[in-house]
Structures are given as structure tokens and as C-alpha cells.
Ligand binder design. Sequence first.
Ligand code: GUN
Ligand code: FE
Length: 434
Amino acid sequence: STKTAIRGAMLTFKKDPFFHDMSECMVYESDAIVVMEDGKIVQAGAASQILPTLGDVPVKAYTDSIIVPGFIDSHVHYPQTEMIAAYGEQLIDWLNNYTFIAEQGFASKDHAAEVAEVFIKEQFRNGVTSSTVYCTIFPQSVDALFEEAAKHNMRVMAGKVCMDRNAPPELLDTAQRAYDESKALIQKWHKNGRAEYVITPRFIPTSTPEQMEAVGALAMEFPDTLIQSHVSENVNEVAWVKELCPEAQDYTDAYAKYGLLRDRAIYGHGIHLTERELNVFSETGAAIAHCPTSNFFLGSGCLNVKKLKNADRPVRIGLATDLGAGTSFSILQTMNEAYKAAQMNNAPYSSLHAFYLASRGTAEALRLSDKIGSIEPGMEADLAVINLKSTPIIDYRMRYAKSLEEVLFIQMTLADDRAIAATYVAGKEVYAAQ
Ligand code: GUN
Ligand code: FE
């Protein structure tokens, strides 16, 4: 085994600053070294302390840069890579007119493998080192993504989408097939290397009660797998769910009665959740994936992060792109749009809060914060290096920045893929700028 090291400014978090003093949460070093060995971080801290212990370990130095935990995208649809920026409709029409066409192509393993390669390469260009991914109903589309991730030793969480109603017949399975195919994929991929399986009923409108029952039984059999779905994204969708499930108290209850809300469960959007539903999320430990670029693009609304971050009934939040309804692979751009959504709710939060959400916060939402999302010895060596002067206007603006908070705010507002100087996955450089 060989050690390698990188040097630059470093930012990481230990606790949630929405609930604790920032001074207890944040760790910042203006000149740090991070030492990696066998895919793990073995040392991280002030360069002055670590340098004398390094011997002949090679150190790659990044100037005008900040080393952060690799970004985690907690809700993303890789099959929609080919249809990002599909013009002009809200959720239900957009699904029918674009998504359910594109996803049919994933019956072809070759096509799936091609898209998986483009998708993961683009994530690395954006400093994304881990993600929670929707595939399609075709098991071969799940294999394609896990196989591509395994080539890079990437921590990826993914699952076969289950749907047995309200979609074209080519995209429907059945309750039994959803159960059998998901179970076979769990046995093949769950905890295989850094892979984790995610039980993935798409959302209430596309699964019959029989399928929800089957998926709930599977989730019970495999209590340590993640569950993912969509909830309360669009007001017309919420009304449709009410019609489809008249016996459920609300959208959240329609999932909860099948045991699909639990510690390791993450639901995309949650914009229009009621106080009752937020209480259920808090009690069960299920998380919300905040997808601001998607919420703006489809006209879905603005999630109020601070409302979820209520100490009396805290709800975990992960940041997510939700491509291809989301419009950028960049988590910096996702933070930018999340800030604007917060402004629309009259409830903004600082850049430090935003960087927490994008790193440790998302890892906590996925219950993976013992492995990823912070820079500390023992954590997996997934890192992103942000060049703080990546464009002429950012370079110029940075001359007037007076604090770390301001530097980070400039980055999350103005920077994008051009700011990623390097990306490390399991201790290996998987992307370097130019
Ligand atoms: N709800 C159900 N499926 C989807 C999807 O693919 N994208 C988004 N944004 N919402 C959904
Ligand atoms: Fe989604």
C-alpha cells in the first residue's frame, strides 16, 4: 500500500450548524494536508503538523483552492442524462412526454452502459464522488450503472425503478416482478464493494397497492437497504395521489402504511408536505432530498429548508440534482439555486450552512456519515478540490472577499464545473482540470 497526500485549504463539518453553534460544527484549515492510503483518509489537518510526519510521501499542492469532502448527489436519474433541458411542461406531462420515452431505451444494456459512462464521467467533472441513483425498470440498466461505478471504486447507491401502472406498457413490471428482480439485484450488488442497493418504487401514481405491498415486504426483509421515492413534488401530483389513495391521510401516509418510511429512506422534493407529514418524517427518520434546480425547472415550488430544520421535529435533508428535471450536474450550482429557493421562502441561510448541507448533511440524510461526507482519519478518501479563481469574474470578485463565508458564498453562487480542480474517489484522482 502507498500513501499519497494533497495540500491546500480544507473545509469539513462535524455537526449540523442548523442545530449547533457554527464553532462546534465547522473545521477549517487555511493550509492543510490530507493523507490517503488504501482508499481511506489516514491523516487530515494543519500542514505544519502533518508535514514533518510524512517522510517521502508525495504531496500534491493546490494553490488558491479549497479541499472539501466529495459532493454527494442524493437523488438523480441517470437514464435522464440524454434528456436534460426538455422544454415546457410540469411534472406529469414532462414524465409522459419525455421521461417515459427516454427510459424505454434502457432495455438495451449497451445503451445503458454508454449513458452510465457519460453520467459518471460528468459527475467526476463536477466533484461528485457518490450518488443515490434511479435506474429504470430494466435490471440490465441497474447492472450497467453498478458496473461503471465499480470500475472507479465509486460509492454508488442505486436501484431498479418499480412501476406497474400509469406508464407505457413497455415500462411496466408487476408486483411480483418488482419483488423478484429487486431481490436478485440486492443479492448481486448490495454491499458488493462500495455499491449499495436502493429499493426504488418510482412514486405512488406508478405503483399499484399490490406492488407497494410487495416492495414493503422486500424492504422489511432487507432492513439495511436504502429506500427511495418521490413525495409531494407538484400540487397536481399531490391531488392525484389523494384520488388514487382516498383511504390514506395524505401522500406521506400512502408510503408509511407499507413501512416505506424509515431511517434509511430518502424521498425526493417534499415541497408541499404538511406539518403532520413533516412530523412523520421526523419520527421515522426518513429524509428529504432537496432538488432545487429541478423544482425551479418544472415549476414545482421552493422547499423551505429552515422549516424542515426545526429542532422540535428535525427532518434530515440531502442536496440533490434530480437530473434530468434538474438542470446541472454541479452541486455548486445546486447550492446556488437552493439559496434562491430559501430566499423565496424568506428563510435564507449562510454559505457555511450550504456547504454543510452539500457534504456531511447529505451523508447524514443517507445514513452514510460514518463513511463519507467529511474529511477525517478513517473516512473514505472521496474529495473535491475547488479552484477559488476559476473564471475571470470570480477571480476579480474574490479580491473583495473579506471572510471565509464570503469566499464560499461567491463560489456557490458563481462557480460551476469549471471550478473543480480535481476529484478523488477512494484515494485515486479520477478527474483533474485541463
Ligand atoms: N416523479 C416521479 N418520477 C419522477 C422523475 O423522474 N423526475 C421527477 N422530477 N419527479 C418524478
Ligand atoms: Fe426525481
